[in-house]
Design a binder for this molecule. Structure first.
Ligand SMILES: *Cc1c(COP(=O)(O)O)cnc(C)c1O
Length: 392
């Protein structure tokens, strides 16, 4: 596989070898199973002694191309594509945690990732402690003798809290635990957790990697071969594999990842500055603003501040609702990372499953509004927010 070249070249070409037909794009190998040339070859493939496809849950050329491409973007060695971001999260948890073991996670984790640990893994005797991982002392204090996994989201959703990945990796490794980073919010274009010392980077492909709000998918990337094999074995047993058509769409989306992220990021910066100067806005949290508490850390750790921001209006939740009901170009919907701008209310939508105390501890105030900025004309987005704010 040719992983040479810059990031934009890799997005277009990595993992996408010609298949001999002359097809310029990787075809959709829409098949569940693969014929063996003879019985011995079939046995050798099952024994892992010979390369070759067996059954799509275990591997498929289109899925493989998608894995190779994203792996190259993350500077990884192994990638495992999954049916969804939660498929990736489940695979990581179930591969690395067992009865009597413990994980430490970012308090403001993506809601279901936290619920999976606290409400479901707990039934199988796995303990979890959630702390503000941007505070290294809290991470250090949460570590126990049986801690096997530190699980971080940075920047976190939706409070945009930045965790020092290299420093948390050092803490995890000193305690004999692995560090996994949910890299969904930054995308591999802006942040490479494996380069910073993480053992695992994972994504909801449904967001920036696919980028067109038309696919649910996930992916896990690692460097260590033993860890890669363990994660793949868990994914195939759980059955949360990506399917070939999903993989085809993700490959197409990834080709423009850099272009999309850079344009949406420029829009996000203009909107963040506009909101911060607006008299009806109480506060804005965007990694690219000097007012962000971890502005310097984010600048060192990321290649850019990204495309998602949160803010609160002085009128609190009622004013926020008026704003969300008044925007015409931004769409009122959860999710992020697509070409279109989306606006949502975490306390009543994406983070409604947490208690109010848990939300506040994660920086999610009742009136917080999240804006996932798309690639539309920046002036149009600003004009839309301006007319909506005038109704507040
Ligand atoms: C959306 C999301 C997930 C879950 O991904 P799905 O594809 O919806 O299963 C996990 N982590 C983060 C940060 C997300 O934004």
């Amino acid at each position: 596989m040719d992983h040479q070249g810059g990031p934009f070249t890799k997005m277009v070409h990595a993992g996408q070898e010609p298949d001999g037909t002359g097809a310029v794009t990787v075809p959709i190998y829409q098949t569940s199973t693969f014929a063996f040339p003879d019985a011995d070859t079939g046995a050798a493939r099952f024994a892992g002694q010979e390369k070759g496809f067996i059954y799509t849950r275990l591997g498929n050329p289109t899925i493989n191309a998608c894995e190779q491409c994203v792996k190259a973007l993350e500077n990884g060695q192994f990638a495992i594509a999954t049916s969804s971001g939660m498929g990736a999260v489940s695979t990581v948890y179930l591969a690395l945690l067992g009865q009597g073991q413990h994980m430490v996670g970012t308090a403001s984790l993506y809601g279901p990732s936290r619920v999976l640990a606290e409400k479901h893994l707990a039934r199988f005797g796995v303990e979890a402690t959630f702390v503000d991982t941007s505070d290294l002392q809290q991470v250090e204090r949460a570590m126990r003798a049986n801690t096997k996994l530190v699980y971080v989201e940075s920047p976190s959703n939706p409070a945009m809290i930045v965790t020092d990945i290299a420093k948390v990796a050092a803490i995890a490794h000193r305690h004999g635990a692995l560090l996994a980073v949910d890299n969904t919010f930054a995308s591999p274009h802006l942040q490479k957790p494996l380069d910073l010392g993480a053992d695992i980077s994972l994504h909801s492909v449904s967001k920036f990697l696919n980028g067109h709000a038309d696919v649910i998918g996930g992916i896990i990337i690692t460097r260590d071969p033993e860890l890669g094999a363990r994660l793949r074995a868990t994914m195939t047993i759980l059955g949360c594999n990506m399917d070939p058509h999903q993989a085809f769409l993700v490959l197409r989306g990834v080709k423009t990842l850099g272009l999309r992220v850079e344009r949406a990021q420029a829009n996000a910066m203009a909107i963040a500055q506009y909101l911060e100067a607006h008299p009806k806005v109480a506060w804005v949290r965007y990694v690219g603003l000097p007012s962000h508490p971890q502005y310097e850390l984010a600048k060192r750790q990321m290649a850019g501040p990204g495309c998602v921001l949160s803010f609160e209006l002085k009128g609190g939740i009622e004013a926020g609702k008026t704003l969300m009901n008044s925007v015409k170009l931004a769409t009122l919907a959860v999710s992020l990372g697509g070409v279109e701008t989306l606006i949502e209310h975490p306390a009543s939508m994406t983070h409604a499953s947490l208690s109010r105390e848990e939300r506040l501890a994660a920086g999610i105030t009742d009136g917080l509004v999240r804006l996932a900025v798309g690639i539309e004309d920046g002036e149009d987005l600003l004009a839309d927010l301006d007319q909506a704010l005038s109704r507040v």
